[in-house]
Structures are given as C-alpha cells and as structure tokens.
Design a protein around this ligand. Structure first.
Ligand code: C5P
Length: 223
C-alpha cells in the first residue's frame, strides 16, 4: 500500500486449521490451507502494522516482517491468541478452529485387535475462541471472525455476527471447489453497525485489504 495506514497498530491474525489428536500419530483436522490468514498478515505488514501471526498447521512460508508463532490444537491456539491479544488493536480469527476434539488422547498409538470392533471416538466441545475474544475485548479493539457458508450466506452471516459478538464477520461463500485451498475468495464483509460490503471473486490478498479497510473504519468510528 502507498499509505501505511496501519502504522503504530499491533494486529493479531490466526491462520490455518487446528488438529485435534486421537493418539501420537493421528488427529481430526480440516482442509484449511492458511492462505487467507497469511494474506491478511502480508497485507497488514505492507500497510505498516506490527503483525503477530498464529499459524495452525500451515505449510506456507513465514511472511516477511511478521512474528510467527506455531500452534497445533484449538486449546493451544486459544492460549496463544489470548496472550497476543492483550495489547492488540485488532484480532482477526481466520483460522479454521475445530469445534470438537476427541475426549481422550491415547498415550500410545491405537492398535487394531483381531476380531474386535474399534472403540467409538467420543468428542467434546472446544472453546469458542472468537466468542471469548469478543466478550473480553478492550475498548477500541476490533475483533474479526470468518464464516464459511454454503447457503443463505447473508442471513446465516448476520446471525453468526450477533451470536459471536464480534465487530466484523467475513462471510465466505464455500462449496466443493471454492475457498478452501484455492487462491481466490468471494465474500461479504458484515459489520456490527449494519455495514455490508460485498467483495467480488478475486485474490485472497484483495479480500485481505478490504478486511483491513473495514477494521480501519471501525477504529475511526470508535474515535
Ligand atoms: O462457528 P463457526 O466455526 O462457523 O465460526 C467461525 C469463526 O469462529 C472463525 O472466525 C473461527 O476462527 C472462529 N472459531 C473460534 N473457535 C471455535 C470455532 C470457531 O474462534 N471453537
């Protein structure tokens, strides 16, 4: 960007997808590549921010100029983001956080036993990090969530924005070959003040810049 409009700001971005272990070698995971979160980190660096990137299991190279911390599970991500958020002007939850994790993590690799059915996997809820961040945010701190929706994108997005209590929700239209792992995104940026900004299909960097524009508007509105 020509104008470093995020200069003097500390922003925290989460990226990738959490992995919830079943045993030392197996996990429940998701297909998030981390590309949108990394694009958010790169564009924030380009616009002058101090950037902390909390990366969950992404294989992408560290963005130059960002402080990168790696996490594995949702609980590790929660601890890292609450710590980093303490002095942050904005927190953007672009990571795909597992809603559930296995209730037990076997200490040793789970073995198959001849003639015996496998044990069922019992799941428990993970903490909702975005809701927790939103409830605990300091005055002037802007909290941004992402949502992937396949249908009723606007209505589901508005409901989720209210439910999570965040300032901004970026609603991605997803489907079989959309968003996850691809280079491009199509989204609507919903703001708690009622603002709806459609972002046409395009590079994740372009969506990232529109998200920082929306964050900047919230800072201005807060005075
Ligand atoms: O509820 P849903 O998973 O659709 O919400 C997505 C948004 O909530 C994302 O911003 C994601 O990072 C965040 N999230 C979270 N903690 C969870 C689940 C989702 O912070 N346990």
């Amino acid at each position: 960007a020509l104008v470093p409009d995020l200069a003097g700001r500390h922003v925290v971005v989460t990226a990738g997808g959490t992995r919830e272990p079943l045993d030392p070698v197996r996990f429940l995971g998701n297909r998030s590549s981390g590309k949108q979160g990394y694009a958010l980190a790169r564009t924030a660096v380009a616009r002058g921010a101090r950037v902390t990137l909390l990366s969950a299991n992404s294989e992408l190279p560290d963005p130059a100029g960002a402080e990168v911390r790696r996490v594995g599970t949702a609980e590790e991500l929660r601890d890292a983001v609450l710590k980093a958020a303490a002095d942050a002007d904005a927190v953007v939850m672009a990571a795909a956080v597992a809603d559930f994790r296995p209730a037990d993590r076997a200490g040793q690799k789970i073995k198959k036993v001849e003639g015996r059915d496998p044990e069922p996997v019992v799941l428990v809820r993970n903490p909702d990090i975005l809701a927790e961040l939103s409830a605990g945010r300091a005055a002037g701190q802007v909290v941004v969530g992402f949502a992937a929706e396949t249908e009723n994108v606007l209505a589901n997005g508005q409901a989720k924005l209210a439910r999570k209590g965040c300032d901004i929700l970026v609603v991605n239209q997803v489907g079989e070959d959309r968003a996850f792992g691809t280079e491009e995104n199509e989204a609507v940026i919903l703001a708690a003040d009622g603002g709806e900004t459609p972002v046409p299909h395009g590079p994740k960097e372009a969506l990232a810049d529109r998200v920082w524009d929306a964050v900047t508007r919230r800072w201005s509105a807060a005075g």
